[in-house]
Design a protein around this ligand. Structure first.
Ligand code: MTE
Length: 300
């Protein structure tokens, strides 16, 4: 994997990204009724009907572009996502600042339809395109002393109007325990419905951890650090009584100000009934083992 080369042009990168996402679509068998059929990895997708592209790209949380649900769709076009570099550092064998094309090089892009549950008690079903985070971490070589992964979003107030105000302590930061990061469900998304990821959804690279509340799925990532200590994450830093490090979807542990027992599926219309929230967002069989012996009401 080559290091960042400053002479690499915007135009060198975009076609590959588009190609990778398109290839994922073409290679797939095309589940009936979906716009994007997939190179869909077996065992990784739910059978539920995905939300529409319009819902997924017009009802967003991305505070760098404002706090309203429609602010990201309105403002995110200002963001330049090409060229894009990702610094990968800390306890890795091959630290460096990698161009996006080098990050993606050799990583299979798949389609995975995941449930997505926001801490605000709404949910969606999203057909992501992306690669397994573990494949990238294997590529850069995680050192034995690493126990956590820290992620950081771009800071660029000229293009991110929300960052001109102290809404949050920028940059937005998130973290995972290494075994969570290496779990096969943990995805780095590069697209939705076979199209390049729209800026409001976190272009060009965003994390997707489907058994955790949506805020763990950090957008527009520019830095990935392997470290020994548990990183502080933005929402816990903001209010540690309300938001923990783990933030696993858990209908039995309420947010101090509202119940987490049910959720509203976006796009269902005003009269759609709320549905019960599932333990680990329905991924219990796959991930419960990661938390054996932990008290999830304490480690929330
Ligand atoms: N990442 C950054 N950098 N900034 C944010 O404000 N919001 C989080 C998460 N990632 C956020 C972020 C929250 S609260 C949610 S619910 C999801 O992004 C929303 O992702 P979506 O807009 O693609 O549905």
């Amino acid at each position: 994997m080559a290091r960042w080369t400053p002479d690499l042009k915007y135009s060198d990168i975009t076609p590959e990204r588009t190609y990778l996402n398109r290839r994922a679509v073409l290679a797939g068998l095309g589940a009936a009724g979906l716009v994007a059929g997939p190179a869909r990895a077996a065992g990784f997708s739910v059978e539920e009907v995905p939300n529409s592209f319009e819902d997924i790209t017009n009802y967003n949380n991305f505070y760098e572009f404002g706090t309203g649900k429609d602010d990201p769709a309105r403002n995110a076009h200002m963001l330049t996502t090409d060229p894009w570099a990702v610094q990968i550092d800390g306890l890795v064998d091959k630290p460096g600042t990698y161009d996006l094309a080098d990050v993606l090089d050799g990583l299979p892009i798949e389609e995975r339809v995941y449930r997505f549950r926001c801490v605000e008690a709404w949910s969606m079903v999203v057909p992501w395109n992306g690669f397994q985070l573990s494949h990238l971490l294997d590529k850069v070589g995680v050192q034995p002393s690493a126990r956590y992964v820290r992620f950081e979003t771009l800071v660029r107030p000229e293009e991110m109007p929300g960052q001109r105000r102290a809404i949050l302590d920028w940059p937005y930061v998130e973290g995972l325990r290494l075994d969570e990061a290496m779990h096969p469900l943990t995805l780095v998304a590069t697209g939705i419905y076979g199209k390049d990821l729209p800026n409001q959804n976190g272009a060009p690279l965003r994390l997707v951890v489907p058994w955790k509340y949506g805020f763990k799925s950090i957008k527009s990532i520019v830095r990935i650090t392997l470290q020994t200590d548990q990183p502080m994450n933005t929402w816990k830093d903001q209010n540690h009584r309300e938001y923990g490090f783990y933030s696993n979807v858990n209908p039995q542990v309420d947010h101090p100000r509202w119940s987490q027992a049910t959720e509203r599926r976006i796009g269902g219309g005003l009269f759609t009934k709320r549905q019960p929230t599932l333990m680990f967002n329905g991924y219990e069989d796959q991930v419960a083992g990661l938390y054996k012996g932990m008290d999830l009401s304490q480690d929330f």
